[in-house]
Write a protein that binds this ligand. Structure first.
Ligand SMILES: NC(=O)c1ccc[n+]([C@@H]2O[C@H](COP(=O)([O-])OP(=O)(O)OC[C@H]3O[C@@H](n4cnc5c(N)ncnc54)[C@H](O)[C@@H]3O)[C@@H](O)[C@H]2O)c1
Length: 268
């Protein structure tokens, strides 16, 4: 009974940012659970390659090149997926991060234009996707779900992360508001707040010394993997999480459980 409810057979998911990193891992998890996946990515070659890899699971896969920070592109994605498969049941977005937009500087040195770009990338695009998904589910009259990737940075703060942290905190708030507004239609809205995860994008930024330092801080003793985000995503999208909405699930190897001033050290 439980494993059956984890299956995505007969369901369609759109994964924005599905060409790489956590998005690709989530697309793979959905396909492995029997679901159809539309992989949407800014980078066409990446989306096409991801679709080829995911289609090895034998379920329906399509790739779409689109910039989901643009509402017209979001509408096009929804129309193309609906034309192909009649609609969709889950919308996932992993889009975000810094993407080289601005240097990590204090708020006083942050340019207004960079603040706006980072908010657009980490928060506004999710509003556009969520708006399209909510309207699609309501029109179709079927329950659906929306899942975003926020960050522990939206729950706790770090220096030189003013725009990123504010955007991720906004995304967590948006998650709760949507859950309240659409819960009575059977629509569920959740977010995953990752800690430090090794992805194609983040890997080059870590020196051996950084990795050693992270391993020493993270209670589980290591940086996380994309498939460890995908497994929680699959649960949240599946019927196993039928009574879970408005939540931000922290997947950080235990970092958020840490009391920074503790004098007690873990046994080595
Ligand atoms: N890696 C970490 O340690 C970490 C920690 C906390 C939160 N996060 C969050 O996790 C999310 C995913 O990170 P990742 O490293 O897996 O992602 P990533 O940077 O590898 O991006 C995933 C894909 O999204 C695509 N993409 C980017 N902008 C797009 C756009 N406007 N439209 C369509 N596609 C677009 C990229 O081409 C890429 O293929 C981000 O929101 C990030 O803020 C990451």
């Amino acid at each position: 009974m439980y494993l059956e409810r984890l299956r995505m057979t007969g369901k369609t998911a759109i994964v924005a940012g599905g060409g790489a990193g956590m998005g690709l891992a989530i697309a793979q998890a959905i396909a492995e659970a029997g679901g159809r996946v539309a992989i949407v990515d800014l980078d066409k070659a990446r989306a096409d390659k991801a679709a080829r890899d995911v289609s090895a699971q034998g379920t329906g896969v399509m790739s779409l090149a689109a910039n989901v920070t643009d509402s017209k592109e979001v509408d096009r994605v929804v129309s193309e997926v609906t034309a192909r498969w009649g609609g969709f049941d889950s919308m996932v977005t992993v889009i975000g991060g810094q993407q080289g937009i601005a240097p990590w500087v204090n708020a006083g040195e942050t340019k207004e234009a960079d603040w706006e770009k980072l908010l657009n990338l980490n928060l506004t695009h999710a509003f556009l996707l969520a708006k399209a998904a909510m309207n699609h589910y309501v029109k179709r009259g079927v329950p659906g779900s929306f899942l975003s990737i926020s960050s522990v940075n939206g729950l706790l703060s770090a220096p030189r992360h003013a725009a990123y942290g504010a955007a991720k905190a906004g995304l967590i708030s948006l998650t709760r508001t949507l859950a309240l507004e659409y819960g009575n239609k059977g629509i569920r809205v959740n977010s995953i707040a990752p800690g430090t995860i090794m992805t194609e994008r983040s890997a080059p930024g870590y020196s051996e010394a950084d990795i050693k330092r992270f391993n020493g801080i993270i209670p589980l003793g290591r940086i996380g993997k994309t498939e460890e985000i995908a497994s929680v995503a699959l649960f949240l999208l599946s019927d196993l999480a039928a009574y879970v909405t408005g939540q931000t699930v922290v997947v950080d190897g235990g970092v958020m459980a840490t009391y920074p001033f503790s004098l007690q050290k873990a046994d080595s």
